[in-house]
Design a protein around this ligand. Structure first.
Ligand SMILES: Cc1cc2nc3c(=O)[nH]c(=O)nc-3n(C[C@H](O)[C@H](O)[C@H](O)COP(=O)(O)O)c2cc1C
Length: 315
């Protein structure tokens, strides 16, 4: 608990620093632009909207534009959405002044060629058999702990990370990073730090650490999101690896002082950067066994409209 408090406080401080001089990404800008996109697609849409956060979002946009270190894609998306906002909203004197402030950094309200704004989706068709394919990949996945001594091509890892980036995240902040280690010396050093690799850590070809960044949040109320968002992205990553012929095993990250310290020292981690889980990756050894791992039946996993389910106060 003490470490969690320290991590959250450090994250809040780094968040505030990031608001003043954003670098790489601006969580305030991402959240504000996300909220504006949601407001733009609201039905019905009011003629004046988003007043509670448009000021701080324009301010974040101007600071991000002034920084040489903010991702150009993030800026293009933010610029396009703000341009769409100012052309949709009825301009009150306050909004007219914010519009000028927004347009100043780029000398006008130009939008990017892709127009990165809310759009009517229509009915995009999925390929025939999409569920069967997804289910086949999900059922094919098993936790694999014995791997071939075979190099894992980085393009496959990168393709899986790109696929994982499509996972949903709260306010689209994506408060995680995948730290990939495919250098055997690194893997040897890191794979032994969590407890759950006992007996097979020397057999892991690639190790991915899903790291959460608490500096992406302005309030401690959101501190759990690194685990929620990180795990959703991790699952997409795992399925993407599986679909490319690779196998994985999730590895628990225990909240134990000595292990936290060992990981922080190995990777020079700041206190707000926390491991969500480790993932072992490689080509499965066909002679290695996997656990049967019987699943719970459907009726123990779900209920519909039921007020007597697990966790309820009533019998
Ligand atoms: C969050 C999480 C932590 C896990 N930690 C470990 C671990 O430390 N060591 C390990 O060998 N397996 C670990 N596993 C793998 C589980 O044991 C495995 O997913 C489960 O028993 C079901 O088996 P299956 O994945 O083969 O279907 C973990 C899985 C998850 C999702």
């Amino acid at each position: 608990m003490h470490r969690e408090t320290r991590a959250v406080l450090h994250g809040l401080r780094r968040y505030e620093e990031g608001v003043e001089s954003p670098s790489g990404t601006s969580p305030l800008l991402r959240r504000g632009i996300h909220r504006i996109e949601k407001a733009l697609l609201m039905r019905p849409r009011r003629d004046v909207f988003a007043l509670e956060y448009i000021g701080e979002t324009v301010d974040a946009y101007c600071k991000a534009s002034a920084s040489a270190h903010v991702d150009s894609g993030e800026l293009a998306w933010a610029g396009d959405v703000l341009a769409a906002y100012f052309s949709a909203v009825r301009l009150t004197p306050l909004l007219a002044s914010l519009k000028s402030e927004f347009e100043a950094p780029r000398g006008g309200a130009a939008v990017s060629p892709e127009r990165l704004v809310p759009y009517r989706r229509g009915e995009p068709a999925l390929p025939e058999g999409a569920f069967a394919a997804l289910e086949a990949v999900a059922r094919h996945r098993k936790s694999v702990r014995w791997f071939q001594r075979r190099e894992v091509p980085r393009p496959l890892l990168d393709a899986a990370v790109a696929c994982a980036s499509t996972a949903p995240s709260a306010c689209n902040r994506q408060p995680f990073v995948f730290r990939i280690f495919d250098d055997p010396a690194w893997v040897r050093r890191l794979a032994a730090i969590p407890m759950g690799t006992h007996g097979y850590h020397e057999n892991i070809p690639v190790l991915i650490i899903v790291m959460g960044r608490l500096r992406d949040f302005f309030s401690e109320r959101d501190r759990h999101l690194i685990y929620v968002d990180g795990s959703l992205a991790a699952m997409t990553l795992i399925l993407a690896l599986e679909a490319q012929g690779l196998s994985t095993c999730c590895i628990n990250w225990p909240d134990i002082e000595a292990r936290e310290a060992a990981l922080a020292e190995a990777l020079y981690l700041e206190p707000d950067t926390r491991a969500v889980m480790f993932i072992a990756v490689g080509y499965a050894d066909p002679d290695g066994q996997v656990a049967y791992s019987k699943r719970k039946p459907l009726d123990q996993l779900r209920s519909y409209n039921d007020d007597r389910g697990a966790g309820n106060r009533h019998p």
